[in-house]
Design a protein around this ligand. Sequence first.
Ligand SMILES: [Zn+2]
Length: 237
Amino acid sequence: MARWRIVARATGLRVRVLTEVAGEKILYLESPQGRNQAAADYLSTGVHGDEAGAAWGLLKWAESNLQQLSTGSFLIFPCFNPAGLRNNTRHDHRGLDINRRFDLAQDPITAPWRKLVSERKLRIGLCLHEDYDSQGCYVYELCPPRQSLSSKVMSECTQRIAVDPRRIIEGSRAQAGVIRRSKLPPNFPGMPEAFVLWQLGCPITLTFETPSEFSLDDRVAAQAAFVAAALKHAPTP
Ligand SMILES: [Zn+2]
């Protein structure tokens, strides 16, 4: 977060407090008034604390793209689960998986998040994760079929780590690392961030996964390249 504050100072992004849990602030960054009238690019990571490559990858992208952050409209959640990141655990300080709780009205983290996000117009949402079972990079895509951009994006971010070659990933059909979904599998436990973002009106949400057993440097590079490519190919509203 110290490095995110440096990014904020260099770009004019505001650092704000979403909420405070267990004596710890959960921070987010947003473009200042005026710039945030345009539909914002939503970037988030650190929901699962044992996925360090995703959290570092978003920071690497930000530190390398100060000009874009200075002029565009952004809403950024760099560290949803600080206790989990420190302890290298998927679950948060309560022992809960935040990414199954985005629909809950009473949750102290996701309820203020939902209020904030429902008041913003978004262009695209990127949720950055990692997967222990994965054999390469893959992405879940939620958007109208004619706006599908993931094949192009994957071709530009898989130089350091190739696309996961599996045809079935986490029980879903995958094509060259792209899983298109319009609804959750039956009996899926709880609501992940990407689905609630979509329900709240974000027209495209992409959940990107790098393989957590691969080299950290390569995962960080792949995550940063994914953010760059996805923002480049996102349609202008
Ligand atoms: Zn995850």
